[in-house]
Design a protein around this ligand. Structure first.
Ligand SMILES: NC(=O)c1ccc[n+]([C@@H]2O[C@H](COP(=O)([O-])OP(=O)(O)OC[C@H]3O[C@@H](n4cnc5c(N)ncnc54)[C@H](OP(=O)(O)O)[C@@H]3O)[C@@H](O)[C@H]2O)c1
Length: 362
């Protein structure tokens, strides 16, 4: 998104958060209020940021204007067309994207959520797709739909990425096809008290979220470096930007993804390979069900299309990006407050989710 300009407080956020400024309307005043009250700050403090918000009760319904803006943003993310961009400019940017990062994109975790949305967006941009996940029937259905709707060539590659030979098998399956973009997305999380969580589940989380991410990058990036052209998207998380008690291992795995992605951005940029790491916050997908988060999660829920549109808009431009204004505030908290404080507050917020675990003893 292009940066939008404005005056006063809106202008401050607009300048500091660039194209994300619309999310101020998107997250809604009541969400903003929840965020800061949830973090133990007084309503008086909120008035320092914007007097309007402090007067809103926590249950203030999402304003029609905010809902309207939210819908516009989502429609833009779905269509790919940004702001007042003309159709011809849009078409030209799609062609340039395909030349830079095509002809093939390999997407891990393409069977649902953010990964499926990457597949949709990249098919629209004219890339051919290698779709990787365990559920073959899901991948086949997605491939058929993308072929019918966008004419995208799709390869269905069912693999369990916990299998150490999976990256090698993927490389063999793709032999003779040039992968210009790797979307390192497959991953899962888990909520619960550390000592009560199953060790095998935690270890597999580390293996999938870190080892498999590393293995895919190490298999598919070197040919890009040889060609002097290509890209990789790392899907990390806001959870990787601050300690996450009750999701401690997940947070640690995502910190690994973030660090790896940001470092590779610097290393590979001069070699013609663009790396961007996207840090989503709460996003509508199967993630929460698998992680064991059953109750309502405070704050705004992003749609996968928004995460994907943001990540691809930053590819070749930034090293990492956080989706959503409230997530940006969370992610930056350790820069302004003592780490012990942010860890404690993060623990308080996440502990609330434990209350919704069916058999929680925490
Ligand atoms: N949703 C959120 O709120 C959120 C927030 C921050 C970051 N993220 C990150 O976003 C990424 C995508 O998650 P999502 O939200 O889209 O969740 P999701 O809907 O659960 O998707 C996860 C994907 O990973 C695949 N996967 C899981 N285990 C796998 C394995 N062993 N081998 C191969 N593929 C496997 C799943 O496919 P199969 O089950 O078919 O194998 C699925 O396609 C994850 O890295 C997650 O950590 C999500």
């Amino acid at each position: 998104m292009r940066p939008r300009r404005g005056g006063g407080t809106y202008g401050f956020f607009s300048r500091n958060y660039g194209g994300e400024a619309l999310q101020l309307g998107d997250c809604g005043a009541s969400h903003f209020y929840h965020l800061w009250v949830g973090y133990g700050l007084s309503a008086g403090r909120i008035s320092h940021i914007n007097g309007d918000f402090s007067s809103r009760p926590p249950s203030f319904p999402k304003a029609p204007a905010a809902a309207f803006l939210s819908q516009i943003r989502l429609n833009q993310a779905k269509s790919g067309i940004v702001g007042r961009e003309s159709k011809s400019a849009y078409d030209a940017s799609m062609v340039a994207f395909a030349q830079q990062y095509g002809p093939w994109a390999l997407i891990s975790g393409a069977s649902s959520g953010i990964g499926a949305s990457f597949a949709e967006n990249l098919a629209r941009r004219g890339l051919s797709l290698a779709l990787v996940a365990r559920r073959k029937s899901r991948l086949q259905a997605l491939a058929q739909r993308l072929q019918a709707e966008h004419g995208a060539e799709c390869l269905v590659l069912p693999e369990d990425l916990l299998n150490p030979v999976a990256p090698q098998r993927l490389q063999e399956a793709m032999a003779g096809r040039e992968i210009g973009l790797l979307v390192n997305n497959a991953g899962y999380g888990g909520l619960g008290a550390f000592e009560q969580q199953d060790f095998a589940t935690l270890r597999n989380m580390v293996r999938l979220n870190c080892e498999a991410v590393l293995a895919l990058a190490h298999h598919f990036v070197p040919p890009m470096v040889e060609r002097g052209r290509g890209g990789m998207v790392m899907v990390a998380s806001v959870a990787g930007m601050l300690p996450c008690p009750w999701m401690s291992v997940y947070g640690a795995t995502k910190a690994f993804d973030l660090q790896l992605g940001e470092a590779l951005h610097v290393e590979l940029k001069p070699k013609g390979v663009d790396v961007v790491t996207v840090c989503p916050g709460h996003t509508a997908s199967e993630f929460h069900q698998i992680a064991g988060v059953h109750g309502p999660v405070p704050g705004r829920e992003a749609q996968p299309e928004e995460v994907v549109a943001l990540a691809l808009s930053k590819l070749g431009k930034g090293n990492s990006t956080v989706e959503g204004l409230q997530n940006k505030i969370l992610a930056n908290a350790p820069r302004f407050f003592p780490r012990s404080w942010t860890a404690a507050v993060s623990g308080k917020v996440l502990a609330k989710r434990l209350e919704h675990l069916p058999d929680s003893k925490a």
